[in-house]
Each structure stands twice: as C-alpha cells, then as structure tokens.
Design a protein around this ligand. Structure first.
Ligand SMILES: [Zn+2]
Length: 345
C-alpha cells in the first residue's frame, strides 16, 4: 500500500486527508492524518482534463507581436505551417506535446484538430488517449466526411460561426448531435458573436467567450453550457477573459491551454493566469479546483468519476504546495508528480 497525503480532491470537494493505492486501484480516500509516512504530500487530484488544445502546432514558435488573425486566421501563419509540415513531423510534435501533458498531471486533452479526416486520423494514431474533436475540411456540408472523421474523433468542432455560412454550421452541428457525438465551437474570442446563433447549435461547450458580455454569459449559464477559458492564450492577443463576471453569472468554467505554439500543456500555469486575472490568489478554492480539475472531468466523464474515490484506477497527480492550499500550490515551482500503478495480472 502506498500513501499520499494533503488536500484531496474528491467527488464531494476538497478534504484534508490522504489517499492510498494498492493493486492498481485507489484503495482508500480518507479525511484526517495519514497513518504512515506518505510517498508525497501536496494537492492530490485525479488526472486533469486540458479543456482546449491545438497540439499539432507545438513545433511552431509564434512571433511575439502578431495578431489573432495573422496567426490563426485563414491563410495565417499556423495554417501555412501545418500545410508545409510533413505528417511525420506533426505526429512527432503531437507525441512530444502529450508527453509534456502527462508529466504535468494531464490525463487527456480535448483537441480541436484541423485537417479533416487525415488530421483526426494522425492524432488518433500518435496519441490514442487524446479526446479529439475533428474539423471538416469540405467547403460544403458532407455527412460522409463527418462519418469518416468520427471513425477517429470523439466529436466535431468548428472554428467559429462567422467563419462559415450559417446553413453549414447548422447542418454540421445538427448531424453531429444527432449522431450522439460531441459538438463544440470557439465563441466570442476576439470579438463578440451572437450567442443565440451559437447556442442554437447545441454545443457541449463553447471556447473562449473573452469578448462576451454579461447577457451572453447569463445565456450560457441558463442553458447549462460550460465555457472553456484559455486565459494565457487570450492574454497573448491582448484580451482579458471576463472571469469575474463568469463567476458572478455562475458559469461552469473549464481551463484550457489552447494553441501549443503559445502555451505548454500546463494547467498549473493556466490556473496562475486565471487567478491573476481574478485578482486574488485567495480565489475561493472550490472555484479554482472546479476550473482546473473537476469541471474538465465533468465534460468527459459521468458524475461518479469527477474526484478521487476508492475503486478508481490508481492514477493520480500530486500538485506540490507550500502549505497545502491553492495559493501555496500556485506559488510552488516544484515539479508536479504523476503517479500511476498498473493493475496486477
Ligand atoms: Zn482554439
């Protein structure tokens, strides 16, 4: 039996206590003092879900002064880079990205994968554990292409409602949702977009809302549509996501690290930016654990697999903390420990 002690993120929130692992499973999650010397102490969490990535561009170094459109817009630097790079090079970059993510305590990442069928196939082969949302490349709605993408991807995404005709986004979203798959979309990143048109697509979540107004956030909360926020990426483009307003509106917020060319897959770094924008390192802890750990798992898993509990696979991350608090975790520069124990037999 191996023990870890500190603050444990459970299905019922954070508790001060310990976790034990045995035979490839979580054996015990208890409040109180650890009965033996623990292997490590800190904030003990299940593997995190990085709510939004574009892992294929991890081999590109983005210049410091570049606009959103010049970097990721049509025929922008990223699109030209992906076109000229070989599939072998992109696959290699994706594998490296996933290794970094693993080391940072991330169990899976929700990747907005460009490049149609080939793009999703490439990521599935390179990183089997990735949660892939593929993007169709056909300019016309093509259900056969969506079916092909869904052989490799877990769902479909679009870059934004203003990038394609409304009839196209409606047909793609409708087909995806009717197929029982996840649909998601970037929303109001650099400029405000019509929230009613976005929510009419029945997205499982929207990404960014950095330029949204209060009424848009209220609509998302009313419709129970989570917001994946990527504060470091937004800041790079001079945008500040309205995180305080999201908190006031009771939005479910999930952190994502966005373009790999801008930000490493590191949820602790993302959480630092999140807290710096909220302006108070004493952000209430439940809110921080929600955005960093629990809400991302809620997006992908059923309600019983959000926090640590007995019977789960022995796969945990320990976030070092100077004092076992969220603020102490954000101050710490020690490496995150990912600990996995394989099942016997
Ligand atoms: Zn994105």
């Amino acid at each position: 039996m191996i023990y870890f002690s500190g603050t444990v993120i459970t299905d019922d929130g954070a508790v001060e206590g310990y976790v034990s692992l045995e035979g490839g499973a979580v054996a015990e999650v208890s409040e109180g003092k650890c009965p033996v010397q623990p292997l490590a102490t800190g904030i003990i969490v299940p593997p995190m879900v990085d709510g939004h990535t574009h892992c294929a561009d991890s081999g590109l170094m983005a210049p410091k002064e570049i606009s959103l459109c010049e970097l990721v817009g049509p025929d922008g630097l990223k699109e030209r880079y992906l076109k000229k790079s070989s599939p072998e090079k992109i696959a290699c970059d994706m594998k490296y990205f996933s290794k970094l993510a693993r080391m940072n305590g991330i169990g899976t990442f929700i990747d907005f994968r460009e490049g149609g069928v080939e793009g999703s196939m490439l990521l599935r082969e390179a990183v089997p554990e990735a949660f892939i949302l593929g993007r169709p490349s056909s300019p016309e709605f093509d259900p056969n292409e969506l079916d092909e993408i869904l052989r490799y991807a877990d769902g479909i995404q679009l870059s934004g409602i203003n990038d394609v005709p409304a009839s196209y986004s409606e047909a793609v979203a409708d087909y995806t949702v009717r197929s029982g798959k996840m649909f998601a979309i970037h929303a109001s990143e650099g400029s405000r977009e019509d929230i009613d048109s976005i929510l009419a697509l029945s997205p499982s979540f929207v990404v960014h809302m950095a330029s949204a107004e209060r009424s848009d956030l209220i609509r998302c909360a009313d419709e129970d549509v989570p917001i994946v926020s990527c504060p470091r990426s937004n800041r790079f483009f001079g945008l500040t996501p309205p995180l305080a307003m999201m908190k006031e509106c009771n939005n479910t917020v999930v952190l994502g690290t966005d373009n790999a060319m801008l930000c490493a897959p590191d949820m602790r770094e993302e959480a630092r930016e999140y807290c710096s924008i909220l302006g108070d390192l004493k952000v209430d802890q439940e809110n921080l654990w929600g955005a960093m750990v629990s809400n991302g798992r809620k997006l992908l898993y059923d309600g019983k697999r959000i926090g640590l509990r007995p019977g789960m696979d022995a796969d945990i991350a320990v976030l070092p903390s100077e004092d076992w608090t969220a603020a102490g975790m954000l101050r710490s520069s020690e490496r995150i420990l990912r600990y996995r124990q394989r099942k016997k037999g």
